[in-house]
Design a protein around this ligand. Structure first.
Ligand code: NAD
Ligand code: DAU
Length: 361
């Protein structure tokens, strides 16, 4: 039975990936989820898999060399899927250091531990072992409004935020391991994900949460920044397909071909929520475009991201399957049905973060 070591599996994409993998492979695989459970990690996301015999959760920091080495010593790990990271751009602008710590040093720890466990005396690697580093399109910088301009795997790196700089650094480390040691790895650079279990500091769940609470809907700058949205389950599938069918040492860009201006996203959420709410629900009366509040722009705000997923389609046959119209409805429905989840993650520390982050906007 193949054993996967998933880092950051209690976060948004990691937990969706674990669900996807058990749905696809059921008892044919074993998954070990290593997560330190920061504010963004939530074991409630994995409630329905926690009792499986082929699932193990280990609370550990990816920067803790001894803890990570121990996991490799005690388990014959076949695949690493490395999600664990600090992932929020706004937080990186306020506190960059933890991004360097987790995203750069943590990735170095993971690479070293896997190399140590998998390397043979002659410097080659045990058959079938693979490391997949999950990264972002933000490493490529920002595109202008030319609709024919896209990020490709060959686009030079030009990160702007501390978050994207830390992810770019971690990508470079993985590339260095591949070039220097022929370490068996792949990198995927993905566009903005959306779907269930996303922490409500990110645009889509934040807007849904605020809209349901009749709070202002903060839109940075002129609201015309563009992101390329991908339904999270499509991303999970892409990661699996890259490990199954991708060429080792290659980078694959993963994108939704779903470019939207932020303001369009916010208005779509209002429209769909109005359809979902009963006429008798008192929240419906407040839920109009009047809630939209243009606020101070994010520092260094990248204008547009857009991925051309040509390589992954041509080599691996992956394509985004969930159209935005369908995905955003499913997502809104999920948050609507899971208000208790939202309440749990937004109480306590998050409330303090929100007050501080948005008080001067
Ligand atoms: P997330 O913030 O929801 O989850 C991150 C997870 O990592 C959490 O469970 C957290 O507890 C864990 N973690 C953080 N620091 C850790 C540490 N030191 N040791 C162990 N665990 C730690 O993030 P996400 O949105 O699910 O993103 C996952 C990965 O995908 C990240 O590497 C991110 O850069 C990348 N990515 C995200 C998106 C997106 O749209 N969300 C798009 C492209 C790439
Ligand atoms: O492109 C991939 C990246 O997408 C991932 O690497 C990151 O981990 C992930 O967080 C995401 O980064 P963004 O900065 O694009 O996502 P965020 O949801 O924070 O913001 C999306 C857009 O919405 C961005 O242009 C900023 C804007 N925004 C965001 C928030 C939180 C607002 O206008 N108002 C807000 O309150």
């Amino acid at each position: 039975m193949r054993t996967y070591l998933v880092t950051g599996g209690a976060g948004f994409i990691g937990s969706n990936y674990i669900h996807y993998m058990f749905k696809k492979y059921d008892n044919e695989i074993r998954i070990i989820n290593v997560d330190v459970l920061t504010y963004a990690g939530n074991l409630e996301n994995l409630k329905d898999v926690e009792n499986r015999d082929n699932y193990t959760f280990i609370r550990a920091d990816i920067c803790d060399r001894d803890a990570i080495n121990k996991i490799f010593e005690e388990n014959d790990i076949d695949r690493v899927v490395h999600f664990a990271a600090e992932s929020h751009v706004d937080r990186s602008i306020v506190n960059p250091e933890v991004f360097v710590q987790t995203n750069v040093l943590g990735t170095a720890t993971m690479l070293n531990a896997a190399k140590k466990a998998w390397e043979l005396p002659d410097g080659t690697f045990k058959e079938g072992k693979k490391f997949l580093h999950v990264s972002t399109d933000e490493v490529y910088g920002s595109l202008d409004d030319d609709p024919n301009a896209f990020f490709y795997e060959t686009t030079p790196y030009s990160p702007h935020s501390p978050y994207s700089a830390s992810k770019a650094s971690s990508d470079m480390l993985v590339k260095a391991y591949m070039d220097t040691y022929k370490f068996p790895a792949n990198i995927t650079n993905c566009s903005n994900n959306y779907g269930p279990y996303q922490f409500p500091e990110k645009l889509i769940p934040l807007i849904i949460n605020n809209a349901l609470a009749s709070k202002d809907l903060p839109v940075y700058g002129d609201g015309k920044n563009v992101r390329d949205w991908l339904y999270v389950e499509d991303h999970a599938k892409a990661i699996d397909m890259v490990q199954e069918k991708g060429r080792l040492f290659e980078t694959y860009n993963v994108g939704g071909h779903n470019e939207k201006q932020n303001i369009e996203i916010v208005k779509t959420i209002i429209d769909i929520l109005r359809e979902e709410l009963d006429d008798s629900d008192p929240r419906k009366e407040h839920l109009t475009y009047d809630l939209i509040k243009y606020v101070a722009d994010r520092k260094g705000h990248d204008r547009r991201y857009a991925i051309a997923p040509d390589k992954i389609k041509a080599e691996i046959g992956w394509e985004p399957e969930t159209m935005f119209k369908e995905g955003i409805r499913k997502t809104i429905h999920w948050y609507f049905e899971n208000e208790a989840w939202m309440k749990n993650v937004t109480s306590g520390d998050y409330e303090k973060y929100y007050e501080k982050m948005y008080s001067n906007k």
